[in-house]
Design a binder for this molecule. Structure first.
Ligand code: SF4
Length: 710
């Protein structure tokens, strides 16, 4: 009785990009429990363990409840008030800028805060504080997909809708493990009633691979070669869609000539697959009326991720698998609001998916914001890795990190921590004081997370969903939105941002910024409309809304509609065509050798873990669902050769560090490879700093190591 809720509201989940709808049950105006929203058009009435445990991280004992400033003499944090914190922030950053120039400060942002917040952050920091450099942690997960789509399709536009899982005849998962990484999307795969075939292309026999009809365990980083070879084979056999290629793509002749080198012999040699596996897969694609390709980090986190993603996009285009139900070259996003960051954060792209380098784009944004266009930088500035390099080189002296755990998640961790430790001024704005990054800060700003603030997230299928304040924040923690406004007020001379005094007002600005762009959301009638409709996928223009209202008297029940892009075969390049882009595959930057004979693959380890465990470790329920200590998966052949048994303590050594782990001797990894879950801090001590040249996304999954029994 004591726990019986008095009322219930709804909002989207704050963990992954699936964007499930949740019911939040309230008593005395505070959230007391969560259950899945059975009417939301995303999650089929289900939630994964993280969603069910969504409230637990809010009441953790290590919540940041007051600003903390590191005392220079003792090295200890001491509590201060917001007035002092904002003054420290202003004085330190302004003095660094005055002493070392405008390029001496930067920020690192996130895909975890509301779209309105990330937009305000980018606007205030870049157009107000004069920060030239600011990037998001989406650089670690989605930069490759965003770049690949932009180059190939003319805009960062994932084309699909979740119903494509249910409407495919053949689903091809590449470097993706939705069984545990996107479990509710896997439920949608299971809801497919077309007797679809499932193929998984992954060096590791992941949970998804175990459930598939066909697992193609290719050699690590041979995926680009694989897709070129398959496309060549399909073309050679006349199994392409000639009409689609002629009407909707450009660059086919050059692509076809390039593919000549990808013979069946080469394919077998480089991928390690048999002729019958290769031909069997090609035949499946040919025979399936609707094939959808889905990829995640196995593709994106690679030194050649963009061209690999485009090799998948090319195959979908050449076979006409675009714009129809159950088709598409579909990148599944990671974080709850990675898509908001990609389109509206003013980090790598200017709001509305615009380019910093285009004068017309800068003027459009300036006009809507009512600011001088000269305040908007003419370049997107440094990428994440370049910012950290500049810190190491002493060029960047002040850094502001918001809602991301760089000291755990970034590649080549020792170098990263050393760089952060040498900053003159490091501000960490987070919900906890205990993250690896917060521990290095000079100033901690206590933030309010999902559940304690208003705004919107955009999920993987481009659906704008709402988040709400259902709980009071502890102590003096503030919504990131309020922190950005407070810092702008103290900075001085930024009156033009004062009107943006609520997330709803910023949302209206975002709508204006989206007008006429591929991500147009001008047809959404405010937050209430998102509640009524069950989220709304972009684009939803004013004319879409007007047309829909002609058919229905009710406020458009569009949540139940599933809307995909490119159904008319018109892409966002000026000629309306998709570009077939390609490059010769390159060898792995760090090859295994006699000293480091094994290749480390990293990835998600459990449905109950999220990234650096910053939040999931706060739930006793979630902690019970995964091992407390780091483990590696190693093949029995390698284990036997090394004298290793199950649950054995081992040293894992790369050229950068040595860490300790327990073994899990299993055949899910191939001989010569080991797997480690990315959620444990030690793993990124091993990884190496290599990046895709187009997207600057780090390559997390190709690090040569050795394993020794302890
Ligand atoms: Fe939340 Fe993702 Fe789990 Fe859905 S699948 S409940 S969005 S963490």
């Amino acid at each position: 009785q004591r726990l019986a809720p008095e009322t219930t509201t709804t909002m989207v989940c704050g963990f992954c990009s699936t964007g499930c709808g949740l019911k939040i049950h309230l008593r005395d105006g505070e959230a007391i429990n969560v259950s899945p929203d059975t009417s939301y058009p995303v999650n089929l009435g289900m939630a994964c363990p993280k969603g069910w445990e969504g409230l637990a991280p809010l009441s953790a004992p290590d919540r940041a409840t007051t600003p903390l400033f590191r005392d220079q003499s003792t090295g200890e944090f001491r509590p201060i008030d917001w007035h002092q914190a904002a003054e420290h922030f202003r004085n330190q950053f302004q003095s660094i800028q005055a002493k070392y120039g405008p390029e001496s400060v930067a920020f690192l942002s996130t895909g975890q805060i509301a779209t309105e917040e990330m937009f305000l952050l980018g606007a205030v920091a870049k157009f107000g504080f004069g920060f030239l450099h600011g990037d998001s942690n989406t650089r670690q997960c989605m930069a490759t997909a965003a770049t690949a789509y932009k180059q190939s399709l003319g805009f960062d536009a994932p084309p699909y809708t979740y119903s494509d899982f249910e409407e495919s005849d053949l689903l091809v998962f590449v470097g993706a493990n939705p069984c545990i990484a996107h479990p509710i999307l896997w439920e949608r795969v299971l809801a497919n009633r077309r007797q679809a075939k499932i193929v998984v292309i992954d060096p590791r026999q992941s949970e998804t691979a175990q459930a598939a009809h066909m697992h193609l365990a290719i050699r690590p980083k041979s995926d680009q070669t694989f897709f070129y070879g398959i496309t060549r084979l399909l073309i050679e056999r006349g199994w392409m869609d000639r009409d689609y290629i002629e009407q909707h793509t450009s660059g086919y002749a050059e692509f076809q000539a390039f593919l000549e080198a990808f013979t069946l012999e080469r394919l077998q040699l480089e991928t390690g697959l048999t002729l019958s596996q290769i031909e069997g897969f090609a035949r499946l694609v040919h025979q399936s009326e609707r094939t959808s390709f889905w990829w995640t980090m196995g593709v994106n986190q690679s030194y050649q991720g963009v061209r690999t993603a485009q090799s998948i996009i090319n195959l979908a285009l050449v076979t006409g698998n675009f714009g129809r139900p159950g088709t598409g070259a579909n990148s599944i996003t990671g974080q709850c609001n990675a898509m908001g960051s990609r389109l509206f954060s003013n980090t790598s792209a200017l709001a509305g998916g615009r380019d910093f380098t285009r004068e017309d784009h800068r003027h459009e944004v300036a006009k809507i914001l009512g600011i001088d266009a000269a305040r908007i930088p003419s370049s997107s500035g440094m990428a994440y890795d370049e910012i950290l390099d500049a810190v190491r080189a002493g060029k960047i002296r002040g850094l502001w990190i918001i809602a991301t755990n760089t000291a755990h998640s970034w590649i080549e961790q020792a170098e990263t921590r050393q760089a952060l430790a040498q900053l003159d001024f490091l501000v960490v704005q987070d919900i906890y004081t205990t993250t690896e990054t917060a521990q290095l800060a000079h100033l901690i700003l206590p933030a309010a997370p999902w559940g304690e603030k208003e705004g919107t997230f955009i999920n993987s299928e481009r659906r704008v969903g709402r988040i709400k304040r259902v709980q009071r924040s502890p102590g003096s923690a503030l919504a990131d939105f309020s922190i950005f406004r407070l810092l702008a007020k103290y900075w001085g001379g930024l009156e033009q941002f004062e009107e943006l005094d609520s997330p709803a007002k910023v949302f209206a600005v975002l709508q204006e910024l989206s007008r006429g762009r591929p991500c147009d959301i001008t047809g959404i009638r405010g937050y209430q409309h998102l509640d009524e409709a069950g989220g709304i996928q972009w684009p939803w223009t004013e004319s879409d809304a007007a047309a829909a209202s002609r058919f229905s008297e009710r406020p458009m029940p569009i949540g139940s509609q599933q809307r995909r892009l490119f159904s008319e075969g018109k892409f966002f390049h000026p000629d309306g065509r998709a570009k077939l882009l390609f490059d010769a595959p390159r060898p792995m930057p760090e090859q295994p050798n006699a000293e480091f004979p094994l290749l480390l693959l990293t990835g998600r380890g459990s449905v109950a873990q999220w990234h650096t465990q910053t939040r999931t470790s706060k739930s006793a329920v979630l902690r019970k669902l995964y091992p407390a200590d780091l483990y590696i998966e190693i093949h029995p052949e390698d284990a036997e050769r090394l004298g290793i048994t199950h649950a054995c303590a081992v040293r894992v050594r790369s050229r950068r560090a040595t860490i300790v782990a327990r073994t899990c001797v299993v055949t899910t990894v191939a001989p010569g490879t080991i797997f480690a879950p990315m959620h444990y801090a030690a793993v990124n001590q091993l990884t190496l700093a290599h990046y895709d040249p187009h997207s600057r996304q780090p390559s997390y999954k190709d690090c040569a190591v050795r394993v020794d029994r302890m």
